[in-house]
Structures are given as C-alpha cells and as structure tokens.
Design a protein around this ligand. Structure first.
Ligand code: KG4
Ligand code: ZN
Length: 341
C-alpha cells in the first residue's frame, strides 16, 4: 500500500511516498531554515505563507519521482498537530482536497507519532521489528517527551520538559554564541573536536521524576557569556572561535547528559525491550552515541535526515493507522496543542 505523507507543522514543507509503513519511494523536504535564519527564529506568519508557495511543487515532485498519479495512492496522511496553526492548516487543507479529488482515504497523524514511526522506516528489517514495550525519547524544537509505547497506537507519557524543549535550548544557546539558526546542528559543528569549557555547565535534575528542565542550563550559559562580555552583543565585537567551541561543547555535554540520563532511567524503570530516539535533536551525534553506550536495551535511531521533520515519517505512521483504524477522516481539524499519551 502506497501512502502519501504530508508534513507542514513547522518550518519544513515535506511530502513522501512510503509503502507499507517502511519503504521510502520518495522523500522531498523543502526547508525554510534559511528564510527564518534572517530573523534568528521561526516567524509563524512567514512559515505558513512559505508552505502555501512550496507545498504543491513538493507534492508534485514526491509523486513524479515515483511516476505515480494521485489516483494510484492507497491513502493520504497528513500532520494535523501539534504545531503552528497556520502551517498545519496548509497541509491539512491540501490533503483534504487531494483525498477528495482522488477518492483516497485521508488520515490525520500526530507529528510526535510521526517522529516515533521514523524508526520503522527503510533500514529496519521487518523481521527484527522491536518488541514492545518501547521507550521513545522525542526531542525536537517544540517537545522533549519520554513516551512508553505499549503497542501500535498505544502511548503513555512518562516524562516531559517542564520549561524549554531540548531543540529550543540548543537554538537559544546558539543565538548567544552567535552560531546562527537552527542552533542544534551549529552547536554540534562548533563543538566538534573541541574540549569542553571548565567547569561543566549544570545538569538540572527534577527529583523523583522523569521530567526534564533546560532553563537552568540556558541561564548558566547566558551568565558565562555575560561574564565574558559576549552578551548582549556589542556592535562590531567578535568572539574568539576557539572559546565559542569550548562553550558549545560544554553546552552539548550538559544537554546530552541530561537527556541520556533520563532516557536510560526511564528505560530501566519501565523495563522496555528497546529504545527509540526521534525528533530533530536525535540527529545529534553525541546523543546517539551516549544513549547507545548507556542503554540497557537495543537503541533504534533513524538516520539524521529522518530524525528532522519529513513526510516519510508521516506516511509510515499513516500506514499503521490505516491498517488499524478509520480511513476517511473528513472532519479532522488542526490541533496545534495535540498531545501523545
Ligand atoms: O523535529 P524537528 O525537525 O522540528 C520540530 O518538530 O521541532 O526539530 C528541530 C530541532 C531544532 O531545534 C534544531 O536545532 C534541532 O532540532 N536539531 C538538533 C540537531 N539537528 C537539529 N539539535 C542538536 N543536534 C543536532 N544535530
Ligand atoms: Zn518535528
């Protein structure tokens, strides 16, 4: 069964054709990162206008790469939450129009569930489908959630961030260090091969809970930047690239340690049979290595391009929904604050 997956919840306009929830036939992502980089962050109004301009060519390209016409599809899956309302609306309305025209099933997908199902894509061998329960860390620009997945479509939220999301913390830290947007890849690149600045930055812990907190780490970084006169930025001033790299490495060490520690604690507590990492922050090499090294259960991490937002993960989740649930969801609406578990 071939499903078209559409994703427009944030700043990536994406469409993909995925077969049976696993095999990627095409996967087209048009990133708006460069446009938002000018403003140092995502501007919702700009994002939705850009989706309007880009979505049709992106879908066309995803279909053309496979030589498929709309009526050959077995379903159209689209992210309908959580995310930016205006951005979600573009994808959901396009999907409804296409499904109506093609007489095809229409499936709404929770974006976070999409990040989880990226783990079923492509490289995964159907014979080694991980056993349940699984623990999923979803770390993105808007979420840092620990979710126990008991079976397909069955989720329990066991930990979440009390303040900033992990990706948001990376993005803010990169702004202070003048490394550009998006901050996660920029911090990783700057930190590469550098020693971490001493003393280490704090790893905030919330007692007796699997929740995360990143605001203390963010404030600690800001204080150090202020002490060095890096922040607030003075016109014409330049930062020493070596020192910036040391600070970036210190930040990455602390953020990764906090995420890996909680993830492993949750995996032990819930006696899971596997750990899935998903969301843009799961593209981080150090996080992947650290969780892989410490986890008591096998770790499944999609390749970096499938961790950041894409249509293939929505097509994959959509196939599992179509297999198990209702298939013509015409009354579906966008839910910017949709939750999972
Ligand atoms: O999942 P995603 O593409 O979009 C959302 O659903 O939010 O995640 C985007 C976030 C951004 O905050 C970005 O800085 C972060 O993922 N990110 C990374 C890396 N690549 C992307 N964070 C740390 N290390 C990376 N290599
Ligand atoms: Zn995402």
């Amino acid at each position: 069964m071939k499903i078209l997956g559409i994703e427009t919840s944030c700043d990536e306009t994406a469409a993909a054709v995925v077969e049976d929830g696993r095999h990627i036939h095409s996967n087209v992502v048009a990133s708006q990162a460069q446009i938002h980089a000018e403003y140092g962050g995502i501007i919702p109004e700009v994002a939705s206008r850009q989706h309007l301009l880009t979505l049709v060519p992106v879908i066309r390209s995803a279909l053309d790469r496979v030589g498929l016409e709309l009526d050959a599809l077995d379903g159209i899956a689209v992210t309908n939450g959580p995310g930016l309302a205006g951005s979600l609306l573009v994808g959901v309305n396009a999907a409804k129009g296409l499904a109506l025209a093609a007489g095809s099933p229409l499936i709404g997908v929770n974006h976070l569930e999409g990040h989880i199902y990226a783990a079923w894509l492509e490289e995964a061998d159907p014979a080694v489908e991980p056993g349940f329960p699984l623990l999923c860390l979803i770390a993105s620009g808007g979420h840092t959630d620990l979710i126990v997945m008991e079976g397909h479509g069955r989720y329990i939220l066991v930990g979440r961030t009390r303040d900033d999301a992990a990706g948001e913390a990376f993005d803010k830290a990169a702004r202070v260090l003048r490394l550009g947007f998006p901050g996660g890849p920029a911090i990783q690149k700057s930190a590469e091969g550098s020693r971490a600045m001493e003393p280490p930055l704090p790893r905030p812990r919330i007692k007796d809970s699997l929740d995360f907190s990143f605001s203390g780490l963010k404030s600690a970084l800001l204080r150090r930047a202020e002490e060095r006169g890096w922040y607030p930025p003075k016109p014409g001033s330049e930062l020493d690239p070596g020192e910036v790299s040391e600070m970036a490495a210190a930040f990455q060490d602390a953020a990764v340690d906090a995420m890996a520690t909680r993830t492993v604690e949750a995996a032990v507590e819930h006696r899971v049979r596997g750990v899935i990492l998903g969301g843009g922050v799961a593209a981080n090499t150090q996080l992947r290595l650290e969780v892989g090294r410490r986890s008591p259960a096998p770790v499944i991490v999609p390749r970096p391009a499938l961790c950041t937002d894409n249509g293939a993960m929505i097509g994959a989740a959509g196939w599992f929904h179509l297999r198990d649930g209702p298939d013509y969801q015409w009354s579906m609406d966008v839910e910017p604050r949709m939750r999972l578990g």
